[in-house]
Design a protein around this ligand. Structure first.
Ligand code: NAD
Length: 330
């Protein structure tokens, strides 16, 4: 461990690298198709934090040449309107990817919305088909945040294979997919949640700790094993300041490496979403099936064996790679 605390795992430089690769892929797409790839961002209601996040995505789209479009749904019966809006975007061949603002308004059920998205345009991996592909070790669209949590480890040269990894949080969009990705990387994974009886024990045991609980200060330095690598996915605003779920100052004195908040997982999430969009656009351009390999300029997605227990193969998307099958899995 370096003197004076943990190595900082910064998302910014990795995100910049990915965005550069994405911009190249976008330029190629534009040259071949005479138009930019399109990302539709569907919003319903005006949840302030998610509006900030969505506007950030639209700005990032602009920087790499993606046509980001805001689709606003309001009025009575928001669930039915949202489903209609999503179906119209599915049917529009100019639209390559769709993301829907979360959280949804309280009157809108999640399941019909998630089910309505065409899996081939589901670039944040929330449709059950993509979730299932991830679970089985195939290569669908990954939820961008979970992808970022693991990609930041890979790109920072952190060895994952054989390590004890604890994930705190089991949401469908962050905790669980992060756990499955770590398992694919051959870590031994423990998933903790709000009903876990002895969180401290599982945290202490971890050589890699991914925290996605949405609870500021949940994890403190004294809970950690010396030399642990900490990925803090949490985003919380406390007294007007953005903080993660990990108490950074105490944790950095014990960990060997840690992602800062802000500046860790967040920027990478954003860049990976763009990479997923390009992958969707290229797959649609070449007529390949959802989740099938698409050769991007930034990086290619190698063909994979059709069985999930096949040897590890690295899937690379917009310059971001995650090994997507297990080696000798049991
Ligand atoms: P969520 O509320 O859906 O899930 C939280 C999970 O944490 C649940 O599984 C819950 O059981 C668990 N949990 C809550 N309190 C706990 C406790 N005391 N002990 C153990 N487990 C506990 O949240 P989410 O959507 O998964 O998001 C998690 C965090 O990640 C939030 O802070 C969110 O803002 C952040 N987030 C960050 C990004 C990013 O780009 N960095 C993107 C999405 C979400």
């Amino acid at each position: 461990m370096p003197r004076g605390g943990a190595r900082l795992l910064q998302g910014g430089p990795i995100a910049a690298e990915i965005r550069g690769a994405v911009a190249e892929d976008v330029a190629g797409y534009v040259a071949r198709n005479g138009r930019a790839p399109v990302l539709a961002v569907v919003i319903c209601g005006r949840d302030a934090p998610s509006m900030v996040y969505l506007h950030q995505i639209l700005r990032s789209c602009e920087k790499v040449g993606i046509d980001g479009r805001l689709v606003e749904v309001d009025g009575a019966e928001p669930e039915a309107r949202l489903v209609d809006a999503i179906r119209a975007l599915n049917a529009d061949p100019a639209v390559n990817g769709i993301i829907v603002q979360m959280p949804l308004p309280p009157t809108v059920r999640l399941r019909p919305i998630v089910d309505a998205i065409d899996p081939a345009k589901d670039i944040d991996g929330i449709h059950p088909l993509n979730a299932g592909l991830l679970r089985l070790g195939y290569d669908g669209f990954l939820p961008a945040t979970a992808h970022a949590a693991v990609e930041i480890l890979r790109r920072s040269g952190v060895e994952i294979e054989g390590k004890r990894a604890t994930v705190v949080g089991r949401s469908a969009v962050v905790g669980m997919p992060a756990a499955f990705l770590l398992l694919r990387e051959n870590a031994t994974v423990t998933v903790c949640h709000s009903r876990t009886r002895d969180l401290a024990r599982h945290v202490k045991d971890a050589e890699i700790l991914v925290v996605a609980a949405g609870r500021p200060g949940l994890i403190r330095g004294e809970m950690l094993r010396r030399g642990v690598v900490v990925v803090d996915v949490g985003i919380n605003v406390v007294d007007g300041v953005l903080v993660g779920d990990v108490d950074f100052e105490s944790a950095r004195r014990v960990a060997s490496a840690i992602t800062p908040v802000p500046g860790g997982v967040g920027p990478l999430t954003n860049a990976l979403l763009l990479a997923h969009l390009v992958r969707a656009a290229l797959a649609q351009e070449s007529g390949t099936a959802p989740g099938a390999s698409a050769a991007t300029n930034a990086a290619s997605v190698p063909a994979r064996a059709p069985v999930p227990s096949a040897d590890t193969s690295a899937a690379t998307v917009g310059g971001a790679s995650v090994a997507t099958a297990t080696r000798g899995a049991r």
